[in-house]
Structure formats: C-alpha cells, structure tokens
Design a protein around this ligand. Sequence first.
Ligand SMILES: [Zn+2]
Ligand SMILES: [Zn+2]
Length: 237
Amino acid sequence: MSAPEELQYGGYCPECKTHHELPAQPAMQAAAALFTALEENTLPLATEYLFGPARGKMFGVLVARDRTGQEQILKGFSGQHNGEWLIPGWVPPLFDVNQFTMINTPEEKRIKSLSAQLADTTCTREIQTLKAARKTRSQTLMKELHHLYILHNFKGEQRPMARFFPPDKGMPTGAGDCCAPKLIQHALQNELTPIGMAEFYFGCENRSQTRRHGHFYPPCASGCAPILGFMLCGIKG
Ligand SMILES: [Zn+2]
Ligand SMILES: [Zn+2]
C-alpha cells in the first residue's frame, strides 16, 4: 500500500477564496494498520459482503491531536456499511440518524408501493401517472434528506450542504456520505486538530473499475471537492 507523496484532501474555500488541505502522508501508517485489520478481519465489522455483489467501498482514517497533544485516530467508512449508518468505533454520518429514518422510512415505503403498482398495470396512461408520481416523491425525499446535512468548520461556523452545489443541478448522490466529510466533522465536533487523512478502497473493484482494492484515492470531484475546503476552514496548522 502506498500513496503518492503529494496526495491531499481538501478543496477550495469560498469564504477565504483559497484552498485548505490536509496531507495524506501523516495518516499513511494508520491507514495501513486499518487495511491490515480489515484484511485479517480483526475488527467487529463484517467485510465478506464487500467481495460479493455489493462490491467494495472506501474507508478512511484521520490522524489528529486532542487538546492535551495526544494523537487520536478516527476511522470511517463511506455511506452505509451493510445497511448501517452507525457502527461503534466508526465516525457517524453528518446527520441525525433518527431524523433521517423518520423521514426516509415511510416515504420509501410509499415509493416502493408505487413501484409495485407499476409492475401490476399495463395501462399506458396509468403507467405514466404512476411514474410521474414516483419521480416527484423520490426527488422531494432526496431534497428533504439533504436538508439534514449541515456542514461545520474549524471557525465554529455552519452552513447547509446544499449551498455548496449549484441549485439547478441539485446535489450528487452520496454527497456528504464519503469518509472525508464524516471524519472532518467528527474531529471538529470533538475538539480534535487533524494532522492528516487518507482514504483507500477495500473489496471487489467497482463496476466502472475506477476503484481497486488497497489503492488510495483523492477526494471525489463531485461530492467532496466542493465541500472540504469550507469544512477545513480555520484549522490550525
Ligand atoms: Zn467524496
Ligand atoms: Zn477558509
């Protein structure tokens, strides 16, 4: 496992009109240790499914110092792991999981029932109506869920995540669910000063073959690059 010397995590900060970055090198040792623990299955976290049809995912570590100068290592996984947002020992998502579930579960049921009705009908007009209804419901649900994502930074400021994406296009799927934003948000909410961060892929390579087992990757351009600069704003060097 190795990463290019210059690998960094961060982005453009619209507040300061400059870039804020975290280097990957200080987190390399911790990343390698996490990789080994996942390979040897010594963590209370099932990894077999990452080699099945669900395929692999990104994992990340953030090395930080606490107020006493002690080194702390945070671990994160992208999105959900095996259907779970919260797993002890791993950083949580950016939103309140109870709130998310309260909005998501009933609406997801309604959307599934529309799909079931669609599968049952052959009437063209009804198909069109049902499809339109399903699309509207899904889009509204996505918007409501995205409202739960509030980004913080090291100056104690907060902004709705939606503000960092063009309003006409909306937010890309999975924005805010990558390891990097989860790790940074958890660090700043626990008064930890990050020193380095690294993200690697673990499991069966993705369909488009842009992610391979044991390789390090920079922050994703669609979801992370627009937000990490703001989140790192105010960090002490
Ligand atoms: Zn990302
Ligand atoms: Zn800034």
